[in-house]
Each structure stands twice: as structure tokens, then as C-alpha cells.
Write a protein that binds this ligand. Sequence first.
Ligand code: MG
Length: 388
Amino acid sequence: MKNISILGSTGSIGVSTLDVAGSNPSMFRVVALSAGKNVSLLKEQIDKFRPKVVSVLDEDGAYRLKEMLDSSPQVKILWGADGYREVASVKEVDMVVSAIVGAAGLLPTMEAIDAGKDIALANKETMVMAGSLVVEKAASKGVTILPVDSEHNAIFQCLAGSRREDVKRIILTASGGPFLYLPVEELSKVKLADALKHPNWEMGKKITIDSASMMNKGLEVIEAKWLFDVDIDKIDVHIHPQSIVHSMVEYIDGSVVAQLGVADMRGPISYALSYPERLSREDHALNLFDVGPLEFIPPDFDKFPNLKLAYVAGRKGGTMPAVLNASNEVAVEAFIAEKIEFMDMTVVVRDTLSSHRQKEISSIGDVLEADRWARDKAAKYIKYQNEK
Ligand code: MG
């Protein structure tokens, strides 16, 4: 029996994780859950999984949850930073699933590593913003980080049983998103609803927009660099519209190892939760005869300049990836609020990056300072664009 705790239980990954845990009650016990504002969904999860501890964003949410829960008084309800800290570090928990969206996931994940918990990592921002610190802390605490991001989960599987020095390069696959075949001149006219239509994956809003702009793949390149300790120039992106090959590793002898599966996040979640064992999942068999031809296309860096920006920021290192991520979060939020156009997101990120004075990072404080600076700067660029 593995005791798990989920940071971000009401988001897309959190819900899928509970689905996997609920289908395997003899293997997983859900001990703690943290959510943001979706108190009513958290209440349903409490009724079903009976965790010991839960936390929500603020005191008001905690109060509303308490009102709803009079029938199950045994659950401890917390909020804010104290809340996620406890959810991340409950004594009997073996593994913490880090599934909070965006930069907000960094501190709770660090807290869990500090407490010596193994991590199923869905929050890529933790690695993008503070990869060097996370890797260092995980090593010093003897913590295993199992990637939940489907590409990284695939790479983790492709690396099994091999020597790291035999790896020639990592090939991250990308669906190409909804605008893969759209002429570049049309990109400036796309609307929010178009960007929210992902062809293959069901995901939250933020990551769906990032997939349409290819920033998601850019963040994943940086995430892969830290997770697998490879130079960023040994990480390539292949557009693969069918989303069946989840990523590949090429070895020095020319062998390429790929991991294939249906496009369903419960696959990588199951693997991360049950590693090194595998869960039986009869309903998720891949039928290659049904899939048809598999295509691989080089990415168009001119059409999707976000991918290029991510490589540049990743190569420079230091505070640059945190600035890339923060300015992109602000830009995506503004696009979702329909305050800026699709291509403006790239302009905001590019201008914020180019006005940033890069620093090395030696503490989480350095990362948070860069994050704050970039959010301010990006918000100013957006305000300026709107006034033009
Ligand atoms: Mg991914």
C-alpha cells in the first residue's frame, strides 16, 4: 500500500490521479489533498477518499468547506501556505503528486522534497524555474522524482537499463497543437476559442494555450534538461500530430528507443504512482492498426517563436527560465481574459526576457525575486500594448 498526497487535487491531473487511485484501492491510500478555490469538487473528493488532511487557498474557502462537511468531522481542514506545507509533508505519506498549475507549484513541491517524500511531478514549472536547486535538494534528501508530464514519463521509460553516457540525444514529441497547419499569417487572427481546441489531449486551460503557442514544448525542453541531466542542445523537438509516440531517446549506436501509448494522462500517472511496478490497465490498450500512419515533422521556429525563446532562455540559464515562465503566465492570463492577441503573448515574453538582467540562482529567494520582477514587467508591457 502506497500512501499518497496530492497538491492540486481539483485540477485536470489531480482528478485523473484520483481516478487511478480510486481504481486501485488495494494499492493506494489518499492521505492528503490540497486544492485552490474549487471547494465543492474537493468536498466530493473528501467524501469518496476520506483523506486525513485537506487544504484550500484561503480561510474563506476553508470555512465554506467546513459548512459543507458536517457529516465527516474527522478531516483536518487547513488553508494557505500552512495548509499546503502540511499536505506536502504528512508523516505517513510516501509520495506527493505535484499537480498545481504554474509557478504556484514551486514552493509546495520544494516543501515535499524537504520532507523527504518521493515526487510524482506534473508541475513542470518547478523544474523550469529552479531546476538546479530542485535536483540538488532531491539528491541530498534521497528523493526520487518521477515525471508525470507524458513526454518526460516516456523518456524516463526509454532510459531504463541504459548508461547515461550512451545517450546521444533526447527527442521530445509535440502534437503541434491546433494551429499546426494554419498559415503563419493567419496566426495573428486566431481567437481564444480556437486556441482552446487541442486536437489530442484533454488538459487545463493554461497548458492548452501553451500547447497552441508551443511554449509548453519550450518549457518541456528546459524541464528535460534538469530531469535527465542533458545539455539543452542534445534535446530536439519532433512534431508528431498523432500523439502516439510520447518521446524518444537516441543512443550513440544509432538505436532509437520510443515509448508509445494512447493519449491519456492516466497512463503516465499510473506509471509514476506504481513505479517500479506497472498497473494493469486493460482499457487503455493501443491498437496500432486503428491509429494509422505516424508522422514526424520538424518544428517551424519562425511560426512558433516561443520555442526558440525557450531554447535561448534555457541555454542562458540562471534566472532566465524563471523570467520566461513568469512573463508567459502573465501573457497567457491576459490572452485568456481576451486583453491581448495570440501573437502578443510572444512579444510580451520576448520583451521581458530582453530587458532582464540575468543572475545566477543560489536560493529559492533568487527565483521568486526574478519571478516577481518578470510578472511586473510583463504586466507593464501588456498595459502599454493596450494603450497603443
Ligand atoms: Mg507534456
